[in-house]
Design a protein around this ligand. Structure first.
Ligand SMILES: CC(C)(COP(=O)(O)OP(=O)(O)OC[C@H]1O[C@@H](n2cnc3c(N)ncnc32)[C@H](O)[C@@H]1OP(=O)(O)O)[C@@H](O)C(=O)NCCC(=O)NCCS
Length: 167
């Protein structure tokens, strides 16, 4: 089946909401957004861009870049929300989505640093991020609360100069 990647826009809203709902329902510990915040999510925000990975025409993976609104943080972009449907994992879609966002974010001349927050139990995601050059710069205790459970999270960063030849 053919894989491809595209920036999502308002025409993709229904399929986006469907996969995002699946992500938040199936793996709530992996994301900072909760189900009742989903209805506020849009695809035409000025400071956030979503990418979608398609397999044979079906949207099977998503991930976003958030740019900072505040001037003093305009050199930083945050990668968040990466999710690939379970049945499509292990085929390179997560890497495709992640590398594309690194490339896009760093193609903005203002951006010199990428950061992300990841639940310490999401080992597949952490492996992916490390393999793209991200480093753990700190561990935050009780960063996520899902129901009555607390989870720690790593703060990870990638600086433009250390991007090297990985991409
Ligand atoms: C993280 C995630 C997006 C990876 O998607 P994927 O399509 O399976 O990823 P890929 O097939 O492109 O694999 C990319 C890398 O991820 C890591 N990885 C993926 N599956 C893995 C596994 N089962 N065990 C260990 N590492 C794994 C590896 O580093 C892999 O690189 P490699 O194939 O060169 O070893 C997917 O597992 C997912 O949606 N997880 C739940 C959501 C989540 O944790 N999001 C993080 C929010 S911060």
């Amino acid at each position: 089946m053919q894989k491809n990647l595209q920036k999502l826009n308002l025409n993709n809203l229904d399929e986006f909401k469907k996969i995002r709902l699946e992500a938040l329902q199936n793996e709530p510990q992996a994301f900072g957004t909760s189900l009742n915040e989903l209805k506020k999510e849009k695809l035409n925000k000025r400071y956030q861009v979503w990418y979608g990975a398609y397999m044979g025409g079906e949207l099977v993976g998503i991930g976003s870049i958030k740019y900072a609104k505040a001037k003093k943080f305009s050199h930083i972009a945050r990668l968040s929300g990466i999710y690939v449907k379970k049945e499509y994992r292990g085929q390179g879609l997560g890497r495709m989505l992640f590398e594309k966002r690194i490339e896009e974010a760093f193609s903005n001349p203002k951006v010199v640093k990428l950061k992300l927050i990841v639940n310490t139990s999401q080992t597949n995601a952490i492996n992916l991020y490390k393999s793209c050059g991200f480093e753990i710069v700190g561990e935050m205790k009780k960063e996520f609360k899902v129901g009555e459970n607390y989870y720690n999270a790593y703060l990870m960063e990638l600086h433009k100069k250390s991007q090297g030849a990985t991409l």
